[in-house]
Design a protein around this ligand. Structure first.
Ligand code: SF4
Ligand code: SF4
Length: 100
């Protein structure tokens, strides 16, 4: 029996307003907080969709487009940098749930 890799499974997630360049993010990150001395940068380790990365200068970059709304970063960040707003279905980004 073949197993589907996690990267392949993540590729199956469908999103509201997919492809809209003006879609509003459901998560915003105050990267000024991240870059002014976050002691652990733990979101770069715990996000399963790799939305939090460090650039070559060690500064945090966040991209919401691949977020699967697991909620981990909201609880992992203890520096107050992460804000979550449930998206307006007309204009917001977010996972298109099949079963609720
Ligand atoms: S834990 Fe919070 S403050 Fe630290 S890098 Fe991640 S989002 Fe930024
Ligand atoms: S909610 Fe989950 S998938 Fe989305 S950015 Fe946060 S940790 Fe990553």
């Amino acid at each position: 029996m073949s197993r589907t890799k996690i990267s392949e499974r993540l590729g199956l997630v469908r999103y509201r307003n997919q492809g809209r360049h003006d879609a509003k993010p459901h998560i915003t990150v105050d990267t000024a907080i991240c870059d002014s001395g976050c002691p652990h940068q733990c979101t770069t380790y715990v996000c399963p969709a790799n939305c939090y990365t460090l650039n070559e200068e060690g500064k945090l970059r966040f991209q919401f487009e691949d977020c699967i709304e697991c909620g981990t970063c909201l609880y992992a960040c203890d520096q107050g940098a992460v804000t979550w707003n449930y998206p307006d279905p007309e204009t917001g980004r977010g996972v298109e749930w099949t079963f609720g």
